[in-house]
Structures are given as structure tokens and as C-alpha cells.
Design a protein around this ligand. Structure first.
Ligand SMILES: [Zn+2]
Length: 83
């Protein structure tokens, strides 16, 4: 049990250092299902991206469209995928 916990700590440290080195942008948006505020980590190096992310509150799939212009966020849309 102690060994498992030890490996888990190392794994989490690797994740956080990766996020820092990529300079991810944290962005807050409202879930289209439950209207809770969700935080998303966006990658400014990709100018136009669309992907599905599960809401961390109600677990419904949200389609996110993110547009960057020279690493500046110029467009963000969160919509439900059932329309
Ligand atoms: Zn939700």
C-alpha cells in the first residue's frame, strides 16, 4: 500500500511539471447542462481546437471550441453535444 502511494505522488508531480512547461491557460466557463462554473486548461500553441470534455460536476460531455490568435484567446464556446 505504501509503495502504491509513493508512485502516485511521483505521477502527480510529473503531470504538474508538464502543465507548467507548456504554459497552459486556465479558463473558466459555464457548463451548458448544470450551469456550474468549470475550469479548463487550454493549450495556446494550437490556434483552433474543438474537443469533448466531461463536466467535472455533472459528468455530461461538453463540446469545447477554442480559438487562439498568436497565443491570445479570441474565441471560446462551450455547448452540449445533444442539439
Ligand atoms: Zn455540468
Amino acid at each position: 500500500m505504501l509503495t502504491v502511494n509513493f508512485h502516485w505522488v511521483i505521477f502527480m508531480k510529473q503531470i504538474s511539471s508538464t502543465i507548467n512547461s507548456l504554459s497552459m491557460l486556465e479558463h473558466f466557463y459555464t457548463c451548458p447542462y448544470c450551469w456550474e462554473e468549470i475550469s479548463a486548461l487550454l493549450d495556446p500553441s494550437i490556434s483552433n481546437q474543438t474537443y469533448i470534455e466531461d463536466c467535472e460536476v455533472c459528468c455530461n460531455p461538453i463540446e469545447l471550441q477554442v480559438i487562439f490568435d498568436r497565443e491570445e484567446l479570441i474565441g471560446f464556446e462551450a455547448r452540449d453535444i445533444e442539439q
